[in-house]
Write a protein that binds this ligand. Structure first.
Ligand code: CU
Length: 180
C-alpha cells in the first residue's frame, strides 16, 4: 500500500468518525425536542435545509470527482504515447515523438532546476491540462487530444526573469499523417 493510499484510508476513517458524532448529536437533539417542546415550523425548515445541503454536497462531490484528472502516479503508464518533458530556466525540453489525435498521451514532467508549472494550451489559447514540473520528481499527466493543431506549453509558475518566455510549441497530428 502506497503512502497516499494509507493517508486516504486514515482520512476516510476520520471523516467516518466525525459523521458518526454528527449523527449522534442530531439524534440526541431530536429526542430532546420530542420530550420537551413541539417542533416549530422554523425547526422543520432548518432541518430540511440542512439535509438538502448534505445532499447537495454529496451530489457535487460525486459529480466532480468521478473523472479524476490525475492518473495514478505509481501504476504502469496509462498513456499509449509517452512524452518526457523537462522544464529549465527558461525553456522546455520535450522528447520529439509525434503526438497523435485520439491516443492517450502520458506526459512525464520534471524540472532540472526550480519549480515550473506545465500547462498545455489548445490553439485558441484555452488551458487544457496542467501539472507541476518539480526537480527530483516526475509527475504524470495523461491527456487525449481530440483535434489536430498547433498546441503550446506555457510555464504557469513564476520561475525567474524569463519565465514569460517559457513557451514550447508542438503539433498534434491525425493518426494517419506523418509529422513534417
Ligand atoms: Cu515559469
Amino acid at each position: 500500500m502506497t503512502l497516499q493510499d494509507r493517508v486516504w484510508l486514515i482520512t476516510l476513517a476520520g471523516i467516518g468518525g466525525v459523521t458518526l458524532v454528527f449523527l449522534y448529536v442530531i439524534s440526541q437533539a431530536t429526542r430532546q425536542a420530542d420530550a420537551g417542546q413541539v417542533e416549530t415550523r422554523a425547526d422543520a425548515i432548518r432541518r430540511w435545509f440542512f439535509l438538502g445541503l448534505i445532499a447537495l454536497g454529496v451530489g457535487a462531490t460525486a459529480a466532480t470527482l468521478t473523472p479524476f484528472p490525475i492518473p495514478n502516479q505509481h501504476a504502469a503508464s496509462q498513456g499509449r504515447q509517452v512524452v518526457k518533458a523537462v522544464g529549465r530556466q527558461w525553456f522546455w525540453e520535450l522528447s520529439p515523438e509525434p503526438i497523435k489525435v485520439g491516443v492517450p498521451v502520458e506526459f512525464q514532467v520534471t524540472s532540472a532546476d526550480v519549480n515550473h508549472g506545465f500547462g498545455i494550451y489548445e490553439p485558441s489559447g484555452r488551458l487544457l491540462a496542467e501539472t507541476q514540473a518539480m526537480p527530483g520528481v516526475t509527475n504524470r499527466l495523461v491527456y487525449t487530444f481530440t483535434r489536430p493543431g498547433k498546441y503550446r506549453i506555457l510555464c504557469l509558475e513564476y520561475c525567474g526573469l524569463a519565465h514569460h518566455g517559457m513557451i514550447f510549441e508542438f503539433n498534434v497530428i491525425r493518426a494517419a499523417e506523418r509529422q513534417s
